[in-house]
Design a protein around this ligand. Structure first.
Ligand code: IPE
Ligand code: IPE
Ligand code: MG
Length: 252
């Protein structure tokens, strides 16, 4: 089997965002409780983080708990909160060693104080790491993020005429993180589910029927191969990028 050729042609997105969907269906297909799927999904996440580091991805953003997921049965919500605590306890040291910078996007207010402290400590501990910036969307909603940004700008006294797209971006939870180049959604659903609704303006989408616990490094490679063939025009014509390639530094 030739490993070389696809490797050489891969365009690696600077920022990949993932809607990790399908844990419940993965478990149901095996006659198991939904939490078994969430645990399998968490193990897979660990593998995908490593794969992203190996592929040279600089930013990875994962959708792990939405503002709407509070509407699930209490037992599942509690189970997911426990998983977050466990992941931080068990994986933080190794992630830190691998040079992963952890960020949180969303709101921490609604979390148990002890969990909130764990998240804040993990972010603080890894803040200077540069190899991969891993943003965990937890109690995250794109609309909520925009509401927070508007409130923030009003509180800061930003005058109406000073509000630009740049100003809004700087007040989002993702301030300082470039927009995602590629958004992957597993389990086949063709919707955004309130994820990065501002930042996704010109992201490329890749939807696969594979359920999240089964989305392995090879599946990620397939997504990258597909992405490598895309012609990103940003509303312009490919020719404009060819003409400007030498000095613009924009993605071709
Ligand atoms: C994604 O898997 C994980 C979370 C939303 C927390 P789901 O739990 O949504 O799995 P399905 O979509 O029910 O299969
Ligand atoms: C999106 O998946 C949220 C996460 C992956 C955390 P959902 O399963 O909650 O989305 P819907 O309900 O199918 O739109
Ligand atoms: Mg789902």
């Amino acid at each position: 089997m030739s490993e070389e050729a696809p490797h050489l042609e891969l365009k690696i997105p600077n920022h990949i965002a993932v809607i990790m969907d399908g844990n419940g269906r993965w478990a149901a297909a095996r006659g198991m409780p939904r939490m078994v799927g969430h645990r399998a999904g968490t193990e897979n996440l660990r593998r995908i983080i490593t794969a992203c580091v190996e592929f040279g991805v600089k930013y990875l953003t994962i959708y792990a708990f939405s503002t709407e997921n509070w509407g699930r049965p209490q037992e599942e919500v509690d189970g997911l909160m426990n998983i977050l605590a466990q992941v931080i306890e068990q994986e933080l040291a190794e992630l830190h060693q691998e040079g992963v910078q952890l960020r949180h996007i969303g709101r921490l207010e609604r979390l148990e104080p002890s969990l909130r402290q764990k998240v804040e400590a993990a972010v603080e501990m890894t803040r200077d790491n540069q190899r991969l910036v891993l943003s965990v969307a937890w109690n995250y909603g794109g609309r909520d993020e925009i509401v927070c940004a508007i409130r923030d700008m009003i509180r800061a006294g930003v005058p109406a005429e000073a509000v630009t797209e740049e100003t809004v971006s700087q007040h989002l939870f993702t301030a300082g993180i470039p927009d995602p180049d590629l958004i992957i959604r597993t389990s086949g659903e063709m919707r955004i589910s309130n994820f990065l609704i501002w930042q996704a303006a010109y992201s490329e989408w890749y939807v696969t029927p594979t359920l999240w616990p089964d989305f392995d490094k090879e599946a990620l490679r397939s997504a990258l191969e597909d992405y490598s063939k895309r012609d990103r025009r940003f509303g312009r014509l490919s020719k404009c990028f060819e003409d400007n390639a030498a000095h613009a530094g924009k993605p071709a």
